[in-house]
Ligand binder design. Structure first.
Ligand code: CTP
Length: 416
């Protein structure tokens, strides 16, 4: 866990800082945010405050209700000078997005607002993630400023190439992905201090496809988002993560290992190989329960048929099989998509029948959550009380699922 002070400057990319805050919080880090006045034209303080659980500061002249403490620290008795206390408590100060203007101020040591004053006062490592129009990024003045800052040991997470905010503009200047910024932060946090360092996590994600012939398959609508979010959140906590990805077309995390599979049989084989060496299995993939009995080698023709009968035979219940060979120290988390009322009852029965520690249930009758959606709303079913997680994006939900794993681990350690 690190204490991350995040500085947000003005620019279209300011709203993306929210994703960074979500990702870092889901990874178990403690955050405080300083915004420039201009950044608040793009994203409001209330959003940052809600996710971090701490007040957001903008000006040197306002009092900090938390007196410079991070959300994981007690509020001190005395009332310190806010920008000095905040950077003193921070393990790292990250400015994302860093505008051309703020970069220029930092290069010349200006301290004309809370953010730049805090940067000047910081003795912790400073990371900049620039974001701006590509002409501004390529401008000699900006490049010289960035070069100067690099020489002062300030780390720069380079912007990415892609389409930019103004219409039809393409080039270098897009804010780096939150995962890349978090990876730069975590390189600074000493190894061995992250909560899941040394833990081996196996995740299955996506949906299997069972071939009917050389071009057709029986599949499902699982996108893999939930599984990938779990992998990202576990990697951010320091775990060694392997994902068995069934037909997932999503960006991949640099610190995660991926094994691609297509069918339920391939997933089963990969899972059987990987499972013995994992401490935690997060089985988020939608695995086909049936597969075509006799897939055709070539492409099936219509041949004037008015009806087509397909015979399906059951696949292995991979999770239930793995549960039979588990050790006591391993933890297994299943995921169930249930439809409509009565889902939780079915889930409790499934938890027991499959021999699981936790079962994460979502109601797929609600179109706004589940399969292809970025958000989810789930209930975690265990031998104890159910825990309902209200609607949130999948990364935040992933963080809470990992918290539930932590709680169960702690409870077992207490009763062992
Ligand atoms: N699962 C599995 N192998 C299968 C089917 C499912 O490992 N062949 C896993 C899923 O990855 C998930 C859990 O089992 O973690 C629950 O899946 P679900 O399809 O809801 O369970 P089923 O037992 O198949 O029940 P249902 O009859 O409701 O489909």
């Amino acid at each position: 866990m690190a204490r991350i002070l995040l500085g947000v400057t003005g620019g279209i990319a300011a709203y993306k800082a929210l994703d960074l805050v979500r990702l870092a919080s889901a990874a178990g880090h403690s955050l405080r945010v300083i915004q420039t006045v201009n950044s608040q034209r793009f994203v409001g303080a209330a959003s940052f405050a809600a996710i971090t659980g701490g007040p957001v500061l903008t000006s040197e002249w306002e009092r900090d209700p938390a007196r410079g403490a991070f959300p994981d620290q007690p509020t001190p008795e005395h009332d310190p000078i806010s920008h000095l206390e905040l950077v003193r408590n921070a393990d790292v100060f990250v400015i994302a997005p860093a505008s051309a203007n703020t970069i220029a101020k930092l290069a010349s040591g200006l301290a004309d607002n809370l953010l730049t004053s805090a940067a000047l006062a910081a003795s912790c490592p400073l990371i900049l993630a620039p974001a701006m129009n590509h002409q501004m990024w390529q401008n000699g003045a900006t490049q010289a400023n960035v070069e100067l800052l690099r020489r002062r040991s300030i780390r720069v997470v380079d912007p990415e190439v892609g389409s930019l905010a103004s219409r039809n503009e393409w080039g270098s200047g897009r804010l780096a992905r939150p995962e890349a910024i978090l990876a730069a932060i975590e390189q600074i946090v000493p190894a061995g201090q992250r909560p899941w360092d040394g833990r081996r996590v196996l995740v299955t994600a996506g949906g299997t496809r069972e071939p009917i012939d050389a071009v057709r398959f029986v599949g499902n609508r699982s996108s893999g988002r939930m599984g990938f979010a779990l992998a990202e959140a576990a990697a951010a906590r320091g775990a060694d993560v392997t994902v068995i990805a069934a037909n997932v077309d999503l960006p991949r995390h640099a610190q995660v290992a991926y094994l691609d599979v297509k069918t339920a049989a391939e997933l089963e084989q990969a899972a059987r190989e990987q499972f013995p060496s994992c401490d935690l299995l997060l089985m988020a993939a939608a695995v086909a329960d049936f597969t075509a009995a006799e897939p055709a080698a070539g492409k099936l023709k219509k041949d004037g048929r008015t009806e087509f009968e397909l015979t399906l035979t059951p696949t292995t219940d991979v999770l239930a099989e793995l549960a039979k060979v588990r050790t006591e120290a391993q933890m297994l988390v299943g995921f169930a998509a249930e439809h409509g009322p009565g889902g939780l009852e079915l889930a409790r029965a499934k938890l027991a029948a499959k021999g699981l520690d936790l079962l994460v249930v979502n109601d797929v009758s609600d179109a706004e959550i589940g399969f292809e959606s970025r958000s989810n709303e789930v209930t975690i079913v265990s031998a104890g009380a159910d825990r309902h997680l209200p609607r949130a994006d999948k990364l935040a939900i992933a963080g809470e699922i990992l918290d539930a794993v932590d709680e169960l681990t702690a409870e077992r350690a207490r009763t062992a």
